[in-house]
Design a protein around this ligand. Structure first.
Ligand code: B12
Ligand code: SF4
Ligand code: SF4
Length: 389
């Protein structure tokens, strides 16, 4: 089998055998437009503290020939994950986890499948092959757009006709040359829903650029430190990732069947009750989230995020757990718990006697707190309570 049409059919078949319903082919040429855009993003600070996104990384990530010597083709593959699940109506304040992170870690799911595809290319077709998903040095969305799998919307998401933004991407570079698929001649037109829906204004006014410094996804997943104070009240109840720009997108309905591994096994995998998260210790965190993307936030990051969500959506039932978190061993958690106490009072979520209790708890902590940043958060929270009376 040597014809390029047959080779393309066989490559598609290898990916389909591993369960990839979407497979398209891009040429392995440098992505010059994407490179310029990514360099501009880097210079403008849009990658926040993601220190691995250097100029060298951008150069590599836009040159498939540096990813695999002699690469001629990049086979782009995708798995859908958008299915919604009902939220329990038990009256508990709940957080929201982005849909991609409600089931098994997609990196592991892709890695296993992609390894098999690459092995088959080497052994059956005699070609060189190297695969990657997400963290590898290849810009996947511009490549997927080039392959005609979809187009990059104003949210920067790769939108697949009929499915929308609800796909995860992987890539296999090979030195086998096949006819590339044509890029789609589609665009978002006059739609601006994602720009309007983004709670923090992270998408540029014209679309096409996301500033990670304002993005809830970045802060809840990648940021290891304090969340900028001016953004916290806009996080709503997102505790890991954010789907607001995806949910608002009219391309695809957002309830297409998911690859089964990405589905939550229980409602708590999608919308966990917030109070119990405050009591998570390291061992319980690991036992609960091992093999899931949430591990990336680490225990302190997830509890920090839960504090913010309680501040934004919690009520009297969450006050005592939050007061307990003022004594957490992590200063990051203590500081965000203080902010959340103030935020609940500011929102009018508590009765007058509960506000008095909240203020007293902050003052008790003030008396023993040694960390300067937490002291600052406690001072601020008390000021907020006094101003909101
Ligand atoms: C870093 C990163 C992030 C950062 C984004 C930083 C940033 N400012 O872009 C943060 C942490 C915020 C993030 C968030 C999310 N991410 Co992310 N992320 C990545 C990662 C690792 C690299 C993306 C990147 O480098 N962006 C830099 C910008 C500059 O590049 P780009 O957006 O890909 O493409 C731009 C340029 O190429 C340019 N461009 C392209 N061609 C041309 C041509 C010309 C002429 C010009 C001018 C410009 C131009 O336009 C594009 C839009 O700006 C990719 C995986 C990968 N290896 O690619 C996943 C990836 C993009 N993320 C993914 C997902 C699922 C998400 C979230 C939905 C997770 C969530 N629910 O919380 C959110 C969505 C936020 C959003 N609206 O993009 C998926 C997207 C799948 C899809 N359907 O698009 C990816 C592909 C991972 C995967 N393997 O599936 N992510
Ligand atoms: S993920 Fe959320 S915060 Fe980030 S750009 Fe989309 S809507 Fe905005
Ligand atoms: S919401 Fe509208 S503008 Fe945004 S990505 Fe979807 S179609 Fe494009």
């Amino acid at each position: 089998m040597t014809g390029t049409t047959e080779l393309k059919a066989r490559l598609t078949g290898l990916a389909a055998e591993q369960g990839f319903p979407l497979v398209r082919f891009a040429p392995a040429a440098p992505l010059l437009g994407a490179r310029a855009a990514a360099q501009a993003g880097l210079e403008a600070g849009h990658f926040a503290e993601m220190g691995w996104m250097t100029e060298e990384w951008v150069h590599r990530a836009t040159d498939p020939g540096r990813f695999l010597a002699g690469a001629r083709t990049v086979m782009m593959v995708a798995l859908p994950y958008g299915a919604t699940t009902p939220e329990p109506a038990d009256g508990q304040a709940r957080g929201r986890i982005a849909r991609y992170a409600r089931g098994r870690d997609y990196h592991r799911v892709f890695e296993k499948k992609l390894r098999r595809v690459a092995k088959a290319i080497r052994e059956e077709l005699g070609g060189a092959a190297r695969a990657t998903v997400d963290y590898g040095p290849l810009l996947e969305r511009p490549l997927a757009a080039l392959s005609g799998m979809g187009w990059q919307g104003k949210s920067t998401m790769l939108l697949v006709p009929g499915v929308g933004p609800w796909v995860l991407l992987g890539a296999v570079a090979t030195d086998i040359e096949v006819e590339p698929d044509a890029a789609l001649q589609k665009s978002c037109g006059s739609c601006t829903r994602c720009i309007v829906a983004c709670p923090t204004g992270a998408i540029s006014p014209e679309g096409g650029v996301v500033d990670a410094r304002r993005c809830i996804s970045y802060h809840t997943i990648e940021n290891r430190g304090a969340i900028p104070r001016d953004l916290r009240s806009r996080f709503g109840n997102w505790i890991f990732g954010c789907d607001d720009c995806l949910i608002s997108c009219p391309v695809g309905r957002g309830d297409e069947p998911s690859y089964p591994d990405f589905l939550p096994r229980s409602p708590d995998d999608a919308t966990p009750a917030l109070s119990p998260l405050l009591a998570l210790d390291e061992a319980t965190f690991r036992a609960t989230y091992s093999g899931r993307p949430i591990m990336r936030a680490k225990r302190d990051g997830l509890v920090r995020n839960a504090c913010i969500a309680i501040g934004n959506v919690g009520g009297p039932a969450e006050l005592e757990p939050l007061i307990g978190a003022l004594d957490d061993r992590s200063p990051l958690v203590r500081g965000h718990a203080a902010w959340a106490v103030g935020r609940m009072c500011e929102r009018g979520a508590l009765e007058a006697n509960e506000v008095t209790r909240a203020e007293a708890a902050l003052e008790v902590r003030q008396g023993i707190e040694a960390d300067a940043e937490v002291c600052e958060e406690l001072d601020q929270a008390i000021r907020v309570i006094q101003a909101s009376r």
